[in-house]
Design a protein. Sequence first.
Lengths: 274, 327
Amino acid sequence: MNTTLTTEPTARATPGRPTSLAAAATIWRKHVGKFLGNAEELFGVIVQPILWVVLFGVGMRSAVAIGAGAGDDYVGFMLPGIVALSAMGGAIGGGMVWLDERVRGIVREYLVAPVPRLSILLGNVGSTLTKSLVQAFVIFIVGMLMGAVVRGDVVSWLLALVLLVGYAAGFSGLALAVASITDDLMAYHSMIMLLNLPVLFLSSALYPLSALPTWMKVGALANPTTYLVEGMRGTVLGGSSDLPLLLSLAVTSAFAVLGVAIASRAFAAKTKRG
Amino acid sequence: MNPTAATRPPTKAAIEARGLGKTYPGGIEAVASLDLVVPRGSIYALLGPNGAGKTTAVSMLTTLATPTAGQAWIDGLDVVADAASVRRAIGVTFQETVLDDALTGRQVLEFHGRLYGQSLRERRRRADELLDLTELTDVASRKAKHYSGGMKRRLELARALMTVPSVLFLDEPTLGLDPQGRARIWDYVRALRRTSDLTVLVTTHYLDEAQQLADRVGIMDAGRLVVEGSPDALIDALGSDTIRVRGRGVDEALDPRFAEVEYVESFTRVEGGFLVGVDSASRRLADVISRAADAGFSIDDVSVAKPDLGAVFFQHTGRSLREGAPA
């Protein structure tokens, strides 16, 4: 114990107050760092979408006589759906990270720190988005290897990125909100799983919107997944979209705002001082 | 919440509370009215049985809980109105181990420093110093989940010190540690105090530790501070020796039996018994017992002790701390 610790006041006066963004980036960095350091999770996150594209895409391609709107490129047709599914899986995982930190009390480290509460939320949404983007990238690479026709211009890719970020942020917000309300991992899972199925199947992810019966079409139009999928088809994929791009952009953006707003309310209630 | 409502703290103490209280919705009064002054550079130990309100008091002082009555200041900053500045000035360890144990020891410190906006250089230097202090340098690159309980506690202490706090809050920092592990934690706290003007508020139920370490001790019971003082002064007030008598029949009848007895230095009735401070227990024991019997008190158990904080605690709460200690 002969260590001399720094005690001069200059060391104490840490410069400035960390901004929302700096603190959010710190939390983002921790989560991404843990993700990259966790071989099992990394493997799962990358392999799962590959399996989807390969098994489901190939299976469906040989089984389905492609209907109107899907063209003869079923792998390309279903890629956005897999991107949506993965983004949702990522959001669920992100919610679990937050739930785990809450249940284990780790959140208190943030709460006694001089960081804005909003930055905790932003950090969590950010790390979820990062995983979704990584997965989307993998999905597109695999899809292209499997013969999906992908367009190349930068603007289309940027628009697709905007669509995905909006969609993933929206779901990430919803998952974080649920994870803020419940203290129970099982309850969290059952609430989330309830969402999972209709989000994929009650959308135009696996079949063309124009081929759906009216009641399903109504359901699909109420599902943000449809707008991500249609928007992506209209931008980076060879197929055509059944919906105007602007509408897709507007709906996914509104979904992002809504999801984050709900999360921030749930967050505020949970991180409020007792 | 209104900054303009904040009045200046009455003194320049590192920690100060005036009438601080917390009543939870549903009417549970965790802390009734706490007055506390902890001078800069001192170590203050808050003692009390479980449920006495220690952790709630610490939560209010560390901005985690909002007081429902009174005010408190850290370094003159209001814990409600200036919460952000208070958070910058304090370091905290929690009663339970709160560690992101998928991180290595060094990453835990690194993340914490970054969260507070420390520069890379500052973080590195500080982490090196603290890993050295808490003897964790050798395991710094191992994940915290592989640490022993004592190592985790030490890492938490290092984390709390990472941002060079001026006030350190330690809520039961040695809970669940073996005597060796406990001694180590206190060694570090002592080392810190030698080299800095760090103020420490610690809650503990190890009375021997409080006695050795703290400049001042406050005993809480049922949400109130029942007595406060330096450990020596509190112990001296009990007398040279303490005779502790347990039994049935405690009432006012005892008081006159021990009032104005020349050798009695203190007399306290508590639930289920009483305490007499005397000049010499061996000479006075027989007399004390006969006086009690004369008052109709039936004795179950008598013990004699050199006064210590345990006796002080018993005197003021009517319980030995062990009964109230967490399992």
